[in-house]
Design a protein around this ligand. Sequence first.
Ligand code: ADE
Length: 232
Amino acid sequence: MQLDVVTLFPEWFDWFRGQRHVGNALARGHELRTLNPREHTPLSGGQVDDTPFGGGAGMVLRVDVMDAALRGFYGMDPVDLRHQRRVLALTPGGRILDDGFVEELAAEPAITLLCGRYEGFDERIVQHFASDPVSVGRYVLSGGELAAMVVMDAVLRKLPGSLGHANSAVEESFSAALGGDPEYPHYTRPAEYRGWKVPEVLLSGHHEEIRQWRRARSRERGAAGGASSSLP
Ligand code: ADE
């Protein structure tokens, strides 16, 4: 898969690239490129944003700058680009990322992620250049970069060979294998710590009973509306 991130802060992604699972994915032939609109801006002084029409706080990423950046990088009109590859605009009001959406994205050969900064994008960027506005939650980050990393992290772990154990991504929270429920609780050694015991069934070696116990805990968490904690 080819992941391209359009960002005013490409150096943030050096850290992301350095994470082991991301590095492994890149070593297996997946690609992560960054594109800085500042390097393509037709405006003087590297200008990329401007004050909002109608007034208000902050700065808005300009549509002409994004047009020039995408056109310079891909050699085509960005209006056509979104018909050739998924172009995600990271914005708090977009389609909420969930496991089904991640699966959908993981099946794509190439994705471009547009990161807004400050007050976000000129709306025409979302309307005309993006195939999907995407949100990682109903709260506002200071830019799309962290949201882009969330999307890419979730997508990369779905790709074959990205996790050590082949089943790790299949039976994880919200997956079809768990009926969309959160994952069951995990335990490791020691089997008892400060009087807190690991559930007996997990030590029993009875695979079917373990499977049923896990499914039941997963369902309970789903019914409780998320990853319920075992706090008293
Ligand atoms: N940019 C700022 N906040 C965001 C959010 N919650 N999701 C995606 N992009 C964003």
